[in-house]
Design a protein around this ligand. Structure first.
Ligand code: ADP
Length: 250
């Protein structure tokens, strides 16, 4: 891999009791690119995501972010270092407006002091900053809507806006189009692609849906039964017989 890795995972193992969900996975995510981890159901994608995002501490192996050993650091510490993960919709405040949901992480990022919040609120800078983030995901027209009024796909966009509000260097997305209808899926694919191309943010996505991955990823790792089965460009992975067999037999 030619670009400098922003994230490097070395020989990671994780077990649930005696069951080894990850058995020695190593991979590198280059800066500014969109890298994906795919694999059939049960391959270990979510477990890997949880290890990298700090939810699980691996029983063996290391996770390095920007050259620093971050193995087992909790999500909020990783976030402060610039490694953000997508939050589940359950973390969105349904009773607040779209705009307010994005203002919350902006305030938290800037230490969350009341004085700071009051000053920003008064001169309109907070609203302006939140609207800029909403424009990145195409939700500026719905800024005043209550989140509870939004369709499911738009709620996932609010989730993305909350992540982007922290201006992370790298974003981990777990199945970003899960549960979406085809139209919402296409919109999310276009959004991820354009964010990856224009914002300089590095994206790492775990995904079950091959169509999504082939449309967005620059480079793909394939996980099967807790081990890496293959890696390569979308064209290489598409042509790989072992990958097809893993999915058909998966
Ligand atoms: P994927 O996301 O690729 O579908 P997972 O990481 O969710 O795969 O699961 C990998 C394997 O680990 C599966 O066999 C699953 O049953 C098992 N597993 C995942 N989470 C747990 C858990 N909390 N306790 C026990 N087994 C688990």
């Amino acid at each position: 891999m030619k670009q400098r890795p922003i994230l490097s995972v070395e020989d990671v193992h994780h077990s649930f009791g005696k069951f080894a969900a990850l058995s020695g996975v190593s991979l590198q995510v280059p800066e500014g690119r969109l890298t994906a981890l795919i694999g059939p159901n049960g391959a270990g994608k979510t477990t890997f995501y949880n290890v990298v995002s700090g939810r699980y501490r691996p029983s063996r192996g290391k996770v390095r972010f920007l050259g620093r050993d971050v193995t087992g650091l909790p999500p909020h510490r990783l976030c402060a270092l610039g490694l953000a993960r997508s939050f589940q919709i359950t973390n969105i405040f349904e009773r607040l407006t779209v705009l307010e949901n994005v203002q919350v992480p902006l305030v938290v990022k800037n230490r969350g002091t009341f004085c700071f919040w009051r000053r920003l609120h008064r001169d309109g800078a907070l609203e302006k900053a939140a609207l800029e983030v909403l424009a990145m995901v195409g939700l500026e027209d719905k800024a005043r809507w209550g989140v509870h009024e939004l369709p499911y796909g738009d709620k996932r966009l609010v989730e993305m806006a909350i992540v982007l509000a922290g201006r992370p260097q790298m974003v981990l997305l777990d199945e970003p189009t899960a549960g979406m209808n085809p139209e919402e899926t296409d919109h999310m694919i276009r959004l991820i692609k354009s964010l990856a191309e224009t914002s300089g943010t590095t994206f790492f996505i775990t995904e079950h849906d091959m169509k999504v991955v082939f449309s967005v990823a620059d480079y793909i790792y394939v996980l099967h039964q807790g081990r890496l089965l293959a890696e390569g460009t979308p064209e290489e992975i598409r042509a790989d017989r072992r990958v097809r067999e893993a999915y058909l037999g998966g």
